[in-house]
Design a protein around this ligand. Structure first.
Ligand SMILES: Nc1nc2c(c(=O)[nH]1)N[C@H]1C(S)=C(S)[C@@H](COP(=O)(O)OP(=O)(O)OC[C@H]3O[C@@H](n4cnc5c(=O)[nH]c(N)nc54)[C@H](O)[C@@H]3O)O[C@H]1N2
Ligand SMILES: Nc1nc2c(c(=O)[nH]1)N[C@H]1C(S)=C(S)[C@@H](COP(=O)(O)OP(=O)(O)OC[C@H]3O[C@@H](n4cnc5c(=O)[nH]c(N)nc54)[C@H](O)[C@@H]3O)O[C@H]1N2
Ligand SMILES: [Mo]
Length: 761
C-alpha cells in the first residue's frame, strides 16, 4: 500500500482510508500536530456547509438588485449556464467601465498547496483579461510591513527571512521578553503548509538552558504554564508607553549602549529627548507609564535593570501592531533593542512574530521554489487591504497611504476567492451596508461562508482533500505530494478548472492554461523544483516517484540566521537600505510626510479607545486567533463546534469579572458597543486581566434583527471592532483596539441560521 499524504496551513498528515472513512495522522517528525486538524474532515463533509452547485442570488439574477443580505435566496444553475452568465457579466463590466472597475484584492488564506492556490489562480486569470485593482499588505501585520521598510530598509518578507533563529535564542539568550507571549495556539499554523510544529520544544529548550521568560500580555495563557514565565499583565494597547518607560529607565541609568546607537542607528538623540521629556515636559518615567499600563512602576524599573544586565531578546507578537497606532510598539521595541546594543548577535536583539505562526525563526535554509506564474497586472491601482469598506463607501475619495496621496477606485464588480471579508474585516455592519454598492459580487469558495451568502454569483470549489497538489513552503525542509483522498463534493470544481472554463469564454484559454491540465501543471512545477534542487546541489525524485513517496526531505536544510548580522559586522560595506544606511530610530522620511498620527520617532499616541480612559464597565475585547480553526475555516467542523457554548462562540472572562457582572460559565451573554452587538457563550479564564474579554475571531456571521436591533447571534467579534487605519502611514487594521460592554442575555435564544444552508430556490 502506498502512503497518501496531504497538507494544510495547520500541518501535514498521513491519510488512512478505511471503508470510505478518512483519518489523519500526524507525522513522526511533528512534535505537536495541530488541534485544528481535528475538525478538518468533518467540516469538508458537512452537507450543511458545503456549496453543492453554482448558485445565483435570485434578486440579482432576476432584476440585478443589490440586496446582498445574509439571508438572500439563491437559484442553482447548471455549470455551463453559470459559466456563461459569469463570463457575460465580466465582459459587460469591462466594456462599460474598463478593468479598473474590477476589484479582486481577494485577501485571504485560502488553502495550502502551491498549484491550487485560490488567489494565485484568480490573479493569473484576471491578468490575462486586462488586469484588476488589487490590495496591498496583510491583515496579519500591515502596520509593521509598512513601518519596517522605512526604518530598517528591509521589506517585510526580508525582515521575516532574516529573523534570528529560535535555536540560537534557546542556546544563547538569558532573558526572553515576550510582548503578546509566544503561543502554541497560534503556532499551530504556517501559511502554505508545514511538516513540523516546533515552537513548544524551542521554548522548553530555552527554559531548560536557564533562559528567563517574561510574558507581557493581558493573557497569561499566551505562554505555556510549564515554562514558569513571569507574567506582566498590562492593559492591551499600552505597550508603547511601557516600552518608552523602559527606554527612559535605561537612558537615566546611563545603560544605553552609546557605541551601538552611534554606529548603527540614526536619530537616537531625538528619541532620547522625547523620552526624557525635553520637548513636552513629560518624562516617560515608569510612574508615567504605570498609570497608562496599570503595571507597578517598580516592576517596569526592575525589568529595565534585568534587560540591561542580561543577554536579552525582545520578542513581539504580530498582535501588538493590529491596533491603533500599531507602528509605534514595533518601532519602540526596535529602538529599545538598539539601546541594549544586542541586535546582530546570536539569540538576542529584536524578534517579530515568534509563535505568531510556526515557521518564524525556524532554522531552515530558504529555497526559492517555483510557483505558478502570475503574469503582469496592467492595472497599477490597489488599496491597502483593510480599507475595503472605505473604498466601497467613497469611490474616488482621497486617502493617504505609505507616503502617497491616493484616490479610491470605483469598484463595480467585486470578486473574492479564497478569503472571507465577512469574517476578517472590522465593523462588519458597516461593511454589510457598503457591500451593497457594487453592481456585481462573485465569490468562489467551497463553503457557504457569510461572504458567499452575500454574493450574486457563487461558484463552488473543491478543497485540498479533493485534489492532488504539492505543498511547497520555502521555510519547510520537505516537499509533500498532496493526494486527493476523497471525491469532489457534489458538483464542486477546482478553482483552476472553473477559471479555465471562464477563460475559454473570454477567449484567453491559451494564455491562462498554457495548454496544461492540472496534472500537467503539477508535473511542470515538479520539473521546476528539480531544476532548483540541482542548483542547490541535490537531486529530487521524478514526478511518479515523488507521488508514490508523498514526502521528500530536503538534505542539509538546517541553517541558522541572525537578524541584520551582516550590517552589524560591517555597516560600511553592508549598510541598511535606509537613507542613513542605519536603523532609523528617528526617520526623516516619515517626518517629512507630516502625518498627524505617525511622527519622526516612536511616540505614545492615545488610541481611539482604551481601558483607563473609559468608564469602568467597559471591557477590552481581545479577538485573537481561534484555537480550534483557522480564522473562519472549519467553523462548521467537529472541533470548533465542540467548543461552542449552546451553539455560540465561547468568550472568556476572569471568574471575578464574571461574578461582578452576575454571570456564570455557560451563560449566554450579549457583547455590545456603538458599532454592533453579538451573543457569546461564557467560559472562565483566570489567566486574563480582569478587565479583558477574550473571544476568538472566526465564528460565522449570523446577523438577525431582534427587537429592532441587528445582532450576530452566533458570536462574530467583528461586528464590534473598529474599521479604521492604524495610521495614515500603514492603514493597517486595528482589530485589537476595541472596548465592549457585557450583560446576560435573558431573551429567548434565537436559532442559528448560518449552520444550515441558505434558501436554495
Ligand atoms: N477581530 C479580528 N479580526 C481579524 C483578526 C484578528 O486578530 N481579530 N485577524 C486578521 C488576520 S491576521 C487575518 S490573516 C484574517 C484572515 O481572514 P481570511 O483569510 O479571509 O479567513 P479564512 O477563514 O482563512 O478565509 C479563507 C477562505 O478561503 C476559502 N477556501 C479554502 N480553500 C479554498 C480553495 O481552494 N478555493 C477557494 N476559492 N476558496 C478556498 C475558505 O473556505 C475560507 O472561506 O482575519 C483578520 N481578522
Ligand atoms: N490556531 C490558529 N492559529 C493561527 C491562526 C488561526 O486562525 N488559528 N491565524 C494565523 C494568522 S493569519 C496570524 S496573522 C497569526 C496572528 O498571531 P498573533 O497576532 O500573535 O495572534 P493573536 O491571537 O491575535 O494575539 C496573540 C496574543 O496577543 C495578546 N495581545 C492582544 N493585544 C495585545 C496588546 O495590545 N499588547 C500585548 N502585549 N498583547 C496583546 C493577546 O492576549 C493574544 O492572545 O496567527 C496565526 N495562527
Ligand atoms: Mo493573519
Amino acid at each position: 500500500m502506498t502512503n497518501k499524504y496531504t497538507s494544510s496551513h495547520w500541518g501535514t498528515f498521513r491519510v488512512e482510508t478505511v471503508n470510505d472513512q478518512i483519518s489523519l495522522h500526524g507525522l513522526p517528525q511533528d512534535d505537536e500536530p495541530a488541534q485544528i486538524a481535528k475538525g478538518w474532515v468533518s467540516a469538508m463533509k458537512n452537507p450543511n456547509a458545503r456549496i453543492a452547485r453554482p448558485a445565483f442570488r435570485k434578486g440579482w439574477l432576476n432584476g440585478r438588485d443589490h440586496d446582498r443580505s445574509g439571508d438572500a435566496v439563491f437559484v442553482q444553475l447548471p455549470w455551463d449556464e453559470a459559466l456563461d452568465i459569469t463570463a457575460q457579466e465580466l465582459k459587460r463590466v469591462i466594456a462599460e467601465y474598463g478593468n479598473k472597475a474590477l476589484f479582486a484584492g481577494s485577501y485571504g488564506w485560502a488553502s495550502a498547496g502551491r498549484f491550487h492556490h485560490a488567489q494565485s489562480q484568480l490573479r493569473r486569470f484576471l491578468n490575462t483579461i486586462g488586469g484588476v485593482v488589487g490590495a496591498k499588505n496583510t491583515y496579519s501585520h500591515a502596520a509593521a510591513e509598512v513601518l519596517l521598510s522605512y526604518v530598517t530598509g528591509l521589506p517585510h518578507r526580508m525582515f521575516q527571512d532574516q529573523m534570528t533563529s529560535m535555536d540560537l535564542i534557546a542556546e544563547h539568550c538569558e532573558l526572553l521578553v515576550c510582548f503578546g507571549g509566544i503561543s502554541a495556539r497560534t503556532a499551530q499554523v504556517s501559511s502554505s503548509g508545514t511538516t513540523r510544529h516546533e515552537v513548544t520544544p524551542f521554548l522548553n529548550k530555552a527554559a531548560a538552558n536557564g533562559c528567563k521568560i517574561i510574558n507581557i500580555s493581558p493573557r497569561g495563557r499566551d505562554m505555556n504554564a510549564e515554562l514558569s514565565a513571569d507574567w506582566i499583565a498590562l492593559r492591551p494597547g499600552t505597550d508603547t508607553a511601557f516600552i518608552l518607560a523602559l527606554a527612559y529607565e535605561v537612558f537615566r541609568a546611563g545603560r544605553a549602549d552609546r557605541v551601538f546607537l552611534d554606529t548603527y542607528t540614526q536619530g537616537a538623540d531625538a528619541f532620547e529627548a522625547y523620552v526624557m521629556g525635553d520637548l513636552d515636559e513629560q518624562p516617560k518615567t515608569a510612574d508615567w507609564a504605570a498609570a497608562i499600563c496599570d503595571i507597578p512602576a517598580e516592576r517596569i524599573r526592575k525589568l529595565a535593570t534585568q534587560m540591561t544586565s542580561s543577554r536579552t531578546m525582545i520578542s513581539m507578537a504580530w498582535s501588538l501592531q493590529r491596533g491603533d497606532h500599531g507602528e509605534q510598539p514595533i518601532w519602540a521595541g526596535l529602538a529599545l533593542a538598539a539601546m541594549l546594543g544586542q541586535i546582530g548577535q546570536a539569540g538576542t536583539g529584536f524578534g517579530f512574530g515568534y509563535g505568531s505562526t510556526t515557521p518564524v525563526g525556524r532554522s531552515r535554509k530558504l529555497i526559492n521554489w517555483p510557483s505558478v506564474p502570475q503574469g503582469r497586472n496592467p492595472i497599477a491601482d490597489f488599496i491597502p487591504v483593510a480599507r475595503v469598506t472605505d473604498m466601497l463607501n467613497t469611490p474616488n475619495g482621497a486617502y493617504k497611504y505609505d507616503g502617497e496621496d491616493r484616490i479610491y477606485p470605483d469598484a463595480k464588480l467585486v470578486w473574492w476567492s479564497g478569503g472571507n471579508p465577512f469574517h476578517h474585516h472590522q465593523d462588519l455592519l458597516k461593511l454589510d451596508t457598503a457591500w451593497r454598492k457594487p453592481e456585481t459580487v462573485i465569490v468562489m469558495d467551497h463553503s457557504w461562508t457569510a461572504t458567499a451568502r452575500r454574493a450574486d454569483i457563487v461558484l463552488p470549489t473543491t478543497g485540498p482533500l479533493e485534489r492532488d497538489d504539492i505543498m511547497i513552503n520555502r521555510r519547510d525542509d520537505a516537499l509533500v505530494y498532496m493526494s486527493a483522498v476523497q471525491k469532489p463534493f457534489k458538483q464542486a470544481r477546482d478553482d483552476y478548472e472553473i477559471l479555465s472554463n471562464i477563460a475559454a469564454r473570454m477567449g484567453t484559454s491559451d494564455a491562462f492554461t498554457e495548454g496544461r491540465t492540472a496534472d500537467g501543471w503539477l508535473r511542470h512545477l515538479c520539473e521546476g523544483c528539480a531544476a532548483v534542487g540541482k542548483t542547490e546541489g541535490f537531486e529530487l525524485p521524478d514526478f511518479e516517484t515523488f507521488k508514490d513517496l508523498g514526502i521528500v526531505t530536503i538534505p542539509n536544510a538546517h541553517e541558522t540566521r541572525i537578524l541584520m548580522d551582516r550590517f552589524i559586522a560591517d555597516p560600511a560595506t553592508d549598510p541598511l537600505q535606509t537613507p542613513s544606511g542605519k536603523i532609523e530610530i528617528a526617520c526623516q522620511a516619515i517626518a517629512d510626510l507630516a502625518l498627524h498620527d505617525c511622527h519622526a520617532h516612536p511616540m505614545w499616541h492615545e488610541p481611539v479607545e482604551r481601558l483607563g480612559a473609559c468608564d469602568p464597565d467597559h471591557l477590552h475585547l481581545i479577538s485573537g486567533q481561534p484555537a480550534t480553526r483557522l480564522h473562519a475555516q472549519l467553523d462548521m467542523g467537529a472541533e470548533a463546534q465542540a467548543s461552542k457554548v449552546q451553539g455560540r462562540e465561547p468568550c472568556a472572562l476572569h471568574s471575578k469579572t464574571a461574578k461582578r457582572f452576575g454571570l456564570t460559565a455557560g451563560d449566554i451573554v450579549l457583547l455590545e458597543n456603538a458599532r454592533g452587538a453579538c451573543l457569546g457563550g461564557l467560559t472562565l479564564d483566570d489567566t486574563l486581566r480582569e478587565d479583558c474579554i477574550f473571544m476568538a475571531t472566526g465564528a460565522w456571521l449570523d446577523l438577525q434583527d431582534i427587537n429592532g436591533r441587528t445582532i450576530c447571534v452566533h458570536g462574530n467579534v467583528n461586528v464590534l471592532t473598529i474599521d479604521k487605519g492604524a495610521s495614515d502611514l500603514s492603514q493597517g487594521n486595528i482589530a485589537h483596539t476595541t472596548l465592549v460592554k457585557i450583560r446576560k442575555w435573558t431573551g429567548p435564544l434565537p436559532a442559528l441560521r448560518v449552520t444550515g444552508l441558505p434558501v436554495l430556490d
